[in-house]
Ligand binder design. Structure first.
Ligand SMILES: N[C@@H](CCC(=O)N[C@@H](CS)C(=O)NCC(=O)O)C(=O)O
Length: 205
């Protein structure tokens, strides 16, 4: 693929928090030539208008620009890149791809819960930590128990795995997996051992 420029905000004090990191992880795993531009909130309205002027009616971040074109919505960007790479991060059958779509949809529901608690009251934060988060982990553990793993479809890493890995990371939920979600733990460990990702994670320390 041609060089990709990824744009996203910095959210809070973390360089990996929220939706942009999903695309970043895919770019790193695939070893694609890219640049990651952090958009300041005051610069976003101008960039947004520039993207809209290119015919992208619902301009949000993350966005990627490649070959003069802009592409939006994190899971859709990931599917687009996967398709450009011959389905590298897709399943092999319509049924497998349907499962990945479902996992991505459920992941988005989880993200919305996390986002609302992040910006919400102490009560909302406590409800998320004590009820929603354990329920989400237990739900995804079921999906990862259906096959040998380590990934949701088996041995092949998919874009849905990237979304789910990042959700676990963003929720600081890794430590909760030990003893409660063995298949998710196996998945997370395998994910972190992927050579390109291992190198990338080392740069974050
Ligand atoms: N479902 C979309 C959500 C995109 C979204 O809401 N992005 C927010 C930042 S996380 C945004 O761009 N907000 C500014 C705006 O809508 O102008 C995705 O996955 O990319």
């Amino acid at each position: 693929m041609d060089k990709i420029t990824l744009y996203y905000f910095n959210v809070g004090d973390s360089v990996t928090r929220a939706r942009g990191e999903n695309v970043k992880l895919l770019l790193e795993d695939a070893g694609l030539d890219h640049e990651y531009i952090r958009v300041k909130h005051e610069d976003w309205p101008e960039l947004k208008q520039k993207i809209i002027a290119k015919g992208v009616h619902s301009a949000t971040l993350p966005v990627i620009e490649t070959n003069g074109q802009y592409f939006v919505k994190a899971p859709a960007i990931m599917r687009y890149i996967s398709t450009k790479l011959g389905g590298k991060y897709h399943g092999s059958t319509p049924e497998e791809n349907q499962l990945l779509d479902v996992a991505a949809e459920l992941n988005d529901v989880w993200f919305e819960h996390m986002k609302n608690s992040f910006f919400g009251s102490d009560e909302m934060k406590a409800k998320y930590a004590n009820e929603t988060l354990p329920a989400q982990i237990s739900l995804f553990e079921k999906y990862y128990s259906d096959r040998e793993g380590p990934f949701i479809l088996g041995e092949k890493l998919t874009y849905a795995d990237i979304l789910i890995y990042h959700m676990i990371d963003d929720s600081s939920a890794r430590s909760m997996l030990d003893g409660t979600a063995p298949n998710l733990l196996k998945f997370v460990e395998a994910f972190e051992e992927r050579p390109n990702l291992k190198k990338y994670f080392a740069t974050l320390k």
